[in-house]
Design a protein around this ligand. Structure first.
Ligand code: FE
Length: 192
C-alpha cells in the first residue's frame, strides 16, 4: 500500500479517538498541528512530522486512559520507527524527540508547564519530569532538537474545539513527494 493510503487508513480507523484529556480527536489534533506548522513557515518535512507526530498512538493498541493507569506507551518511539521506514530523518527525528522536547521546555521555561493539558502533565511524570540542566544540554546535542522544540510548541496549541483546518488530502502531495521509494534501515534508537 502506498504510504499516503496507509496513513489515511490509520486515521480512518483510529483518528476519531479523543486526543488525551482534550475535547478534540486525534485527527483534529494532527491536522491542527500541521496547520500551525505550515502557518509558521515550517519546511515540508517538518509539516509532515507535525501532522504525524502522534501516529504512534494510532499504531499501538493501548487504551486511551493509558497514562492514568501509569503506563508510558513510548508512542514517540513507535511513531518514529514507523516513520523512519517511510521518510527521511527530517520527518522521523522530530517525532522521536517531541516528548523529550516537552521535558526540555518544562526544564528551561518555568511557566511552560502551564501550557500543558492535564493529561500531558500526568504523562510528564511518567516520561521523567522536567529536564535538569545537564539533560537539557545533552538534548541540545541531538541533530533535530530545534525542529522537535518547534513541533512541541504547535502540539500544545493544537487542541482548539471546532477549528476549521485543511483535511488530510491537503497533505497528500508533500507526503507522496517525501516518501522514500526504498524503505531505509531505521536508525538505532537511543534515549534522548
Ligand atoms: Fe500531540
Amino acid at each position: 500500500m502506498a504510504v499516503f493510503d496507509e496513513i489515511e487508513a490509520l486515521f480512518a480507523d483510529r483518528g476519531d479517538a479523543a486526543y488525551f484529556g482534550e475535547a478534540v480527536t486525534q485527527t483534529e489534533h494532527a491536522l491542527q498541528t500541521a496547520y500551525l506548522a505550515e502557518g509558521d513557515g515550517a519546511p515540508p518535512t517538518l509539516v509532515v512530522a507535525a501532522l504525524l507526530h502522534d501516529i504512534g498512538h494510532l499504531l499501538h493498541r493501548a487504551g486511551e486512559d493509558i497514562a492514568e493507569r501509569g503506563i508510558d506507551t513510548r508512542h514517540e518511539r513507535i511513531g518514529a520507527r514507523w516513520l523512519a521506514r517511510h521518510f527521511g530523518t527530517a520527518v522521523s527525528e522530530p517525532v522521536r524527540l517531541h516528548v523529550a522536547a516537552k521535558r526540555y521546555l518544562c526544564g528551561i521555561e518555568p511557566h511552560y508547564v502551564e501550557r500543558l493539558s492535564a493529561a500531558s502533565i500526568q504523562s510528564l511524570e511518567l516520561q521523567g519530569g522536567p529536564m535538569r540542566p545537564g539533560e537539557a544540554r545533552q538534548f541540545e546535542r541531538q541533530d533535530d532538537w530545534q525542529a522537535a522544540v518547534r513541533l512541541r510548541r504547535w502540539d500544545e496549541e493544537a487542541k482548539v474545539i471546532g477549528l476549521r483546518v485543511p483535511d488530510l488530502e491537503h497533505y497528500r502531495a508533500i507526503i507522496e513527494t517525501l516518501a522514500l521509494q526504498e524503505p531505509s534501515q531505521p536508525r538505532a534508537f537511543r534515549r534522548p
